[in-house]
Design a protein around this ligand. Structure first.
Ligand code: P1T
Length: 377
């Protein structure tokens, strides 16, 4: 079956009790038992909820995964996956990830004996040098937030597996519509469903998709044991969001390409980060690994005052954190999403004070361009 058919039907069976075509919001904390230990498979809503189960079936199918788990946020999904790592074990973390992911490692997990090193995962020989005897996991984001570096998922998976490590990919920027990491040998996919999967900037959530039965059993145990579950209402919203994922991603991609090309030609813009541009260092890899380039574009304005003036002069684009909604959002990574990354690391990666990030929405592209153009002027 095709992607959109799966998106619309997987997990979306008509409701058994009523025939409702949209999976109902099962807003309940518990379930009546007919007799002691006799129930319909639902005991307590932290453990099981039909709306959440429907979403879990849906996104797992979109990622071509056997198992899926919905979490309260992207960060709680990532944290659950990191619970596969024990004290004394080592993780290689891509050197450019969402700032919150870096913060989870540097400020939280490090207190519990989890070792980690940053590595440029776009450079495979460099990644190879980062392995240690106790390396248990390689965690990558591709394309990265915000400088859009692309990592070769097959090469990383082959290398990690040869070293006995599990590979995790944060697929938030591409969504399963443009990239299915498990197909390249990646073991676990994580998402912030807050972004493209939900797509309407009205829910915070996260997801873990994987094939390994033993790891899935542990992630399910962690999901219930820690309890950072996605609510029934949020599950409903994301389930509604994924039905239109394909059409939205096509529209984001179409507008993203136009905006990136416009910026690349603009005299006030020093550099554009977008894998769809021929000038992008991993353009050929992106073409092989992704079926689109998406709607995330970053560009260098040269200084904090230039960036500030663009960010504060846009009228249509909304200045704010987050991405992947239907509306265009504009942000300043250095002081917003990546403020927790040390300045020296930020600058090395290109996350300068002059860098501006746009989550290109699906408005009429002429209006987006006109807005950015007047702000740049
Ligand atoms: O916000 P939350 O749902 O917890 O997701 C965290 C997260 C994980 N992975 C990636 C690639 C992300 O971009 C994010 C969140 N990012 C933003 C809020 C942002 O504006 O970049």
């Amino acid at each position: 079956m095709g992607f959109s058919t799966i998106a619309i039907h997987a997990g979306n069976e008509p409701d058994i009790a009523t025939g409702a075509v949209s999976v109902p919001i099962y807003q309940t904390s518990t379930y009546a038992q007919e007799a002691l230990g006799k129930h319909k498979g639902f005991e307590y809503a932290r453990t099981q909820n039909p709306t959440r189960s429907a979403l879990e079936t849906n996104i797992a199918a979109l990622e071509n995964a056997k198992f899926g788990f919905a979490f309260a946020s992207g960060m709680s999904a990532i944290d659950a996956v990191l619970k596969l790592v024990r004290a004394g074990e080592h993780v290689i973390l891509g050197d450019n990830t969402y700032g919150g992911t870096f913060r989870l490692f540097s400020k939280i997990l490090s207190n519990y004996g989890v070792e980690f090193d940053l590595a440029d995962t776009t450079d495979i020989p460099n990644l190879e040098r980062a392995f240690k005897p106790n390396t248990k996991m390689v965690f990558v984001e591709t394309p990265t937030n915000p400088v859009m570096s692309v990592t070769d998922l097959k090469a990383v998976s082959d290398l990690a597996h040869a070293n006995g490590a599990t590979v995790v990919c944060d697929n938030t920027f591409m969504s399963p519509y443009f990239q299915q990491p498990l197909n390249f040998g990646v073991d676990i996919v994580v998402h912030s469903t807050t972004k493209y999967l939900n797509g309407h900037s009205d829910s915070v959530g996260g997801f873990v998709a994987l094939n390994d039965e033993k790891d899935a059993e542990w992630i399910g145990f962690v999901q219930n044991g820690i309890g950072a579950i996605l609510s029934p209402f949020d599950s409903f919203l994301v389930l509604r969001g994924t039905k239109t994922l394909a059409v939205r991603m096509d529209a984001h991609d179409k507008n993203g390409r136009v905006v990136a090309n416009f910026l690349a030609e603009h005299p006030k813009v020093l550099k554009v980060y977008y894998p769809g541009l021929v000038s992008h260092p991993q353009h050929e890899l992106a073409k092989r690994q992704q079926s689109g380039f998406g709607g995330m574009v970053a560009f260098e304005t040269g200084s904090l005052s230039n960036a500030k003036s663009v960010l504060e002069t846009v009228k249509l684009c909304i200045l704010g954190e987050s991405l992947g909604g239907v509306e265009s959002l504009i942000s300043h990574p250095a002081t917003m999403t990546h403020a927790s990354v040390p300045q020296e690391t930020r600058e090395k990666l290109g996350i300068t004070d002059g860098l501006v990030r746009i989550s290109v929405g699906i408005e009429d592209v002429e209006d987006i361009i006109a807005d950015i153009d007047q702000a740049l002027k």
